[in-house]
Design a protein around this ligand. Sequence first.
Ligand SMILES: Nc1nc2c(ncn2[C@@H]2O[C@H](COP(=O)(O)OP(=O)(O)OP(=O)(O)O)[C@@H](O)[C@H]2O)c(=O)[nH]1
Length: 295
Amino acid sequence: MTTLTLPDIAAQASGQSLPLDWVGMCGIALPIRLDQHILHATADAGVDLSDGTSRGIHMSRLYLALAAFKDEALSVSLIRRVLGQFLDSHQGLSTSAHLTLRFDVLLERPALVSSESGFKRYPLVLEARLSDEVFHVELLVDVIYSSTCPCSAALARQLIQQQFLTDFGNRGLTHEGVLSWLGSPKGIVATPHSQRSTAKLRIRLRKECNALPIRELIDQAEAALGTAVQTAVKRADEQAFALANGQNLMFCEDAARRLNLAVRELPAVAGFQLRVEHAESLHAHDAVAQSQWNW
Ligand SMILES: Nc1nc2c(ncn2[C@@H]2O[C@H](COP(=O)(O)OP(=O)(O)OP(=O)(O)O)[C@@H](O)[C@H]2O)c(=O)[nH]1
């Protein structure tokens, strides 16, 4: 029987000698292990092609290195090892390795008052690169919250005062009359606008950090924001949420400052960039603030 040698196009010399910054595969389906759960992730895996004379990289070597994620719990050291394998399998071709993992984390959240609970989805991205023995890993997460405009609240309060003057200006006040007025639509003649808002955090982890501080980061961000969106909601929970929002008026600048001061407290965090987007119901565009620390 004749043994055929398979053609290896990647090993050929390139027609045009030119190094490339990133070559690899995007959107690879990958199981990862996190907190005893197996999650469905997608991976972008690549290296540079610093040897501009080579036709191509060896995609299969990157792909096969990713198999480590199926057996071992996700950690910073695992990611570093996989990137090391990308480079070891491309000696003479590549000097930097890149890996992006995208997956969702579901966290169970209790209702504010009732005994109900539900799950919230947090989209996570891990971006890592290894170049000249220098390793960087960044953790990105989106946190959704509710924000009520403080300016709109003040304007609404003024309208309520004016309505009060109109209705009671020439009348003697009675406890019962005021109480009944407060419970009527006239007692809340104007409402402030509020919006579903997104905090986008990009965290650089300290070198000594191996476990990914996903839960800590999300909890810290939600505590700082004060009015994270809810899961299961009965009327009692909705009322508590209305009260929480009324006590937590914020511009996007307020949200960005609070997050900055809270996230820098986390021991695993070496630096960060953050961006908050308030999807205004007042107008069709968003109010946005950005901030960074040790970046
Ligand atoms: N470099 C490169 N490979 C591609 C591309 N699209 C598909 N491939 C295929 O990816 C497959 C795996 O490539 P290699 O890793 O070089 O496979 P291999 O030569 O069997 O593996 P090694 O012996 O480890 O080099 C090959 O069949 C390529 O044709 C592309 O755009 N660039």
